[in-house]
Design a protein around this ligand. Sequence first.
Ligand code: CIZ
Length: 330
Amino acid sequence: MASWPYLQATSADAEDPLELMDQIEALKEKANATILAHYYVNGELQDIADFTGDSLKLARDAAGVQTDTIVFCGVHFMAETAKIINPDKRVLLPDLQAGCSLAESCPADRLAAFQERLRCEGRDFLTVAYINTSAAVKSLCDWIVTSGNAREIIERLPEDKEILFVPDQHLGRYLMEVTGRTMILWPGSCMVHEIFSVQDLLRAKRNNPGSLVIAHPECPRTILEHADFIGGTEKMRRFVAERSQPTKFLVATEVNMIHSLKKTAPQHEYVPVPGIMSSSGETCACNRCPHMARNTLQAVRDCLRYGKPEITWQPYFEKARDVVRRSLLN
Ligand code: CIZ
């Protein structure tokens, strides 16, 4: 691949958002790049992206990208997946520190040791990983699921096998309920969805009479019990789009999702379910993912300018490639 030719001096006053957007547009063209953005990144990044979506949609979009370079506005495991699907493309992640609490909860060596222990006990099982896992973990798994396709994939698995589900215990428990399959659950959870409190949700409901609660299945059961609709981000979008009557929705997921909901169905009002609320009614910002927040206009501009940080091919990507393609692209 040719060396990165787009170095330019930055002027001190170039950090105005509109100016940054212009710079990104120009650099994107020079670099022959496509920008993919997850629904959990800032609205301004969603607006300049060529594709927005959840992990499943973005994996499929990544498979169809024609340019040499992909800039993935999201977190590390998502950019890894795009690289696995596109070994010959340059995949840039604006900030390599953009990780995921779920992925971190399940390191590959611990999963391998646990699988070995189950095998030694004579257990006959399939390992199903939520997409929020490292590529090294994916390479140890039989299936990858997302909030968009988990139910369908679990329902297809042979009844005579046990299922080890990693790493999200809350999504796993929810899937056990809706599919009727018993699963061995890894004890991981998402730092954003785990933090919603029932009392705060009930207070938000009381303060917004007539509202409907839409909640992500990564939330604990105590939150889902109060939800009118449970689904991943794409399913949430479809749900609000299908309702023509203006409605107030209380949204229990990463707060940036509201940007996409507003664009999809502007007739409704969206109220973020708060992070932890104090007795005075003030809330923390913990319904905002700190990893997703590392994606900024500056970081996107700089990664296009310098051609890094880049996701580089790792030996275990080869093994992860089969399971990614089988699970996400079929
Ligand atoms: O599938 C994804 O992208 C995640 C992590 C959540 C969602 O529902 O979009």
